[in-house]
Design a binder for this molecule. Structure first.
Ligand SMILES: Cc1cc2nc3c(=O)[nH]c(=O)nc-3n(C[C@H](O)[C@H](O)[C@H](O)COP(=O)(O)O)c2cc1C
Length: 185
């Protein structure tokens, strides 16, 4: 049987009707059989505080374990004030500690940003990429995924529209190749 890589999907929005969560779910459905996508929740993570590291909150441990068990990570995020939403930055920080035991190290990654605005969350997308450099996560460069006009990505039925589906299909297929390449080294 061929290898199946587990992908932790970290969604930067906590909103129930989040466009980003919908896109994350759609990517899970489009993913080829070599990838198994699972959303890893971040909404219950207490704010990072180094003082409590010795007695780390259960939610931090659960999150770190889920990231450690995954082969790759896919970030799907909105843009808040031209940068990363605080909840997502907190999750990135929680996963990166204790010092020297980062859960993220070496895991291949990609970033998708989704916004109702025209710029498609470009600022958040690149702010995440900036952190991935320091976290030593090889991040897929192309295709870039800045999805603007979020309300029009889906039809009334909830299905991706005919323009967005092939784009996301190409994106997740390329990511599957990226994961395979980077897990092999
Ligand atoms: C605090 C805050 C700041 C925001 N800043 C931006 C921004 O800088 N750029 C942008 O395109 N949208 C911005 N938005 C709008 C979000 O893109 C919009 O709420 C979007 O639907 C959030 O993604 P979600 O649907 O996945 O929750 C902001 C929203 C909030 C709540």
């Amino acid at each position: 049987m061929s290898q199946v890589y587990s992908v932790a999907v970290v969604v930067g929005s906590l909103r129930k009707d989040s466009y980003n969560r919908k896109v994350a779910r759609a990517l899970g459905e489009l993913a080829p059989s070599s990838l198994a996508l699972k959303i890893v929740e971040i909404g219950d993570l207490p704010l990072y505080n180094e003082d409590v590291e010795a007695n780390a909150p259960e939610a931090w441990k659960r999150f770190r374990d889920e990231i450690r068990r995954s082969d790759a990570v896919l970030f799907v995020t909105p843009e808040y004030n031209r940068s990363v939403p605080g909840g997502l930055k907190n999750a990135i920080d929680v996963g990166s500690r204790p010092y020297g035991q980062s859960a993220w190290s070496g895991k291949p990654a990609a970033v998708v940003s989704v916004s109702p605005g025209a710029i498609g969350g470009f600022g958040a997308n690149h702010a995440v990429r900036q952190a991935l450099v320091f976290l030593d996560m090889p991040c897929m460069q192309m295709p870039e995924a800045y999805l603007g006009g979020a309300a029009s990505l889906f039809e009334d039925s909830g299905k991706l529209n005919d323009k967005t589906r092939p784009f996301l299909q190409a994106f997740i297929d390329k990511f599957a190749a990226w994961v395979k390449l980077n897990r092999a080294v």
